[in-house]
Design a protein around this ligand. Structure first.
Ligand SMILES: C[S@@+](CC[C@H](N)C(=O)[O-])C[C@H]1O[C@@H](n2cnc3c(N)ncnc32)[C@H](O)[C@@H]1O
Length: 273
């Protein structure tokens, strides 16, 4: 088994981060499944999901490929893989397995019809060379598709200063951690540079009311990134006041009956030539 360095993951490795992935999944999974189908995933396909986290993308792919297909989810963090296996068992999925593996030096057996990954390229130091390398697992004519966020599209309408400020903290913390908060709009170019010409692109943006999972996701993202914010001098623990942040945001949104848009999810896809 490869060495596992979960400390390089800017969002950290904690039960709270696993919970945050669950909230994120509840907001995005319908969109993700739609975008996987748009990318060309079909019944019977063999799919590799890299950076699978708690498994929701793998399970979305498993619903698309059905019982005649199969999905392998890979992640470096044994904690999220435990949750992924429990999620698959709870949903009685028989066509999904999960393995520990660390990008960029992944080794998996077999060949796949599709390579997928959501919110993983943002966390890699060299997404282009990683995608180029991972493409060797996909047969010619198979599909490569990745999904990632544009964080700057997160907003309350009408604007709520605490939401605006929290989104700015999150973006700054990601940049501080060496990550591009607008990775979504880079995906098409990453695929082109990886040798996958003419990618297709689409985007989706979930939203919710003042006291919805959308507000929870913004607050919990700030929680996971708080150590980076403090280290980088972006915001102090007192300013963020993480244990009351969600409630303060919800109250402020309620006052102006705001709709809260979470980050736009972009998908890009292309066939393997
Ligand atoms: C933001 S989460 C996304 C999880 C899942 N794809 C989803 O959309 O719900 C990123 C995941 O990538 C994993 N990860 C980050 N860097 C990785 C690497 N170098 N190799 C393997 N997994 C990695 C993390 O452990 C985490 O579970």
């Amino acid at each position: 088994m490869a060495d596992t360095d979960t400390t390089s993951y800017v969002m950290g490795s904690s039960p709270e981060e696993s919970d945050r992935l669950g909230v994120q999944a509840s907001l995005y999974d319908g969109h993700t499944e739609h975008l996987l189908r748009a990318a060309g995933l079909r019944e019977g396909m063999r799919v590799l999901d890299v950076g699978c986290g708690t498994g929701e993308v793998s399970l979305a792919a498993a619903r698309v490929v059905g019982s005649s297909g199969r999905v392998l989810g890979v992640d470096m963090d044994p904690g999220v893989l435990r949750r992924a296996r429990a999620n698959a068992a709870a949903g009685s999925f028989t066509n999904v397995t999960f393995e520990q593996g660390v990008l960029p030096d992944l080794e998996v057996g077999g060949s796949f019809d599709a390579l997928v990954g959501r919110l993983i390229l943002i966390h890699l130091d060299d997404p282009v060379s990683t995608v180029k390398d991972l493409t060797r697992f996909v047969r010619r004519g198979g599909v490569v598709t990745f999904q990632d966020f544009n964080i700057s599209r997160t907003r309350a309408v009408p604007a709520v200063p605490l939401v605006t400020e929290t989104v700015e903290w999150i973006s700054a913390a990601l940049r501080e951690g060496g990550r591009n908060p607008e990775m979504g709009e880079q995906l098409a170019e990453v695929l082109r540079l990886s040798g996958l010409p003419d990618p297709s692109v689409a985007a989706a943006a979930p939203a919710g009311g003042p006291d919805s999972a959308a507000v929870t996701l913004i607050a919990e993202s700030a929680r996971s990134l708080l150590p980076v914010m403090e280290r980088g001098g972006i915001a102090t623990a007192e300013e963020v006041n993480i244990d009351t942040l969600r409630e303060r945001m919800a109250r402020a949104c309620q006052e102006v009956r705001a709709t809260v848009y979470v980050p736009e999810l972009v998908a890009a896809w292309a066939p393997v030539p």
